[in-house]
Design a protein around this ligand. Structure first.
Ligand code: SF4
Length: 243
């Protein structure tokens, strides 16, 4: 019933919300859900925009990250800088399996043989666990990033995880993101300056070459473009993911 009510209210709000600025959308989310909403961030350029904006809207808000334990040193360093500069505590969510346990159970370098299962274990299941605590989550996805994201609304019901999903910069371009970062002196991942427009785990991310799609450096050599967090079709959880 709660879900049906939420969906009806969202249907009525959706068109209006499409005219809102990111700041207005964030303010609505914080006012509506209080401590039951959190920003999900992997600290890419878009994520940094949202964190900076959120602080200008409200001082105490929640941010969490899915720490796959395979992130770049530059990403871990940025997390430390963000916590210091913005005086916020970033909630870290881990897989139920350590990298060593994953190797013992699933064999070495699972990401090379079955990246979907690896992402399921290290990203999707931890996210599902985290979202169970919340009534809404805020993401920094943009519609022009991948085909899966082009239908994203600024406010929508997340049918995959069963809560409200807020995408304040869904209609922004990459140019707007970088304009904001430079204009406000926002820190960002130093890998962006080394031709890494999109940054994930060390095992599955490389720099892009001139003329390549900005996401060509993610899961190179495979058709995979998403880790599964923003794909609507439910992924089949592995037995370990349910444990
Ligand atoms: S991005 Fe690669 S290493 Fe990271 S969780 Fe997914 S498959 Fe595993």
């Amino acid at each position: 019933m709660k879900e049906q009510i939420a969906q009806v209210q969202l249907d009525q709000l959706q068109s209006t919300a499409e005219t809102w600025s990111p700041q207005h959308t964030l303010a609505w989310a914080f006012e509506t859900f209080g401590n039951e909403v959190a920003i999900s961030s992997a600290f890419g350029a878009e994520g940094m925009v949202l964190i900076d904006m959120a602080l200008r809207v409200r001082k105490d808000f929640r941010v969490f990250t899915i720490d796959t334990e395979f992130l770049f040193p530059e990403t871990y360093s940025l997390i430390d800088r963000i916590q210091e500069r913005y005086e916020i505590k970033i909630e870290r969510v881990f897989s139920l399996l350590s990298p060593e346990e994953q190797e013992r159970v699933h064999g070495a370098a699972l990401w090379t043989r079955d990246p979907d299962q690896c992402c399921n274990l290290r990203k999707v299941e931890p996210l599902r666990r985290k979202l169970c605590e919340l009534d809404a989550w805020i993401t920094s996805i943009r519609r022009d990033q991948t085909s899966f994201r082009e239908g994203a609304r600024k406010i929508e019901w997340d049918t995959k995880f069963g809560l409200v999903k807020v995408n304040p910069i869904a209609d922004w371009s990459s140019k707007q993101v970088w304009h904001y970062l430079h204009e406000h002196g926002v820190p960002y991942n130093s890998l962006h300056d080394q031709n890494y427009p999109s940054i994930g785990c060390t095992h599955c991310t490389r720099a892009v070459r001139p003329g390549e799609d900005p996401r060509a450096g993610r899961w190179p050599g495979t058709s995979k473009t998403e880790c599964g967090l923003h794909i609507i079709q439910p992924l089949t959880p592995s037995p370990e993911a349910d444990a």
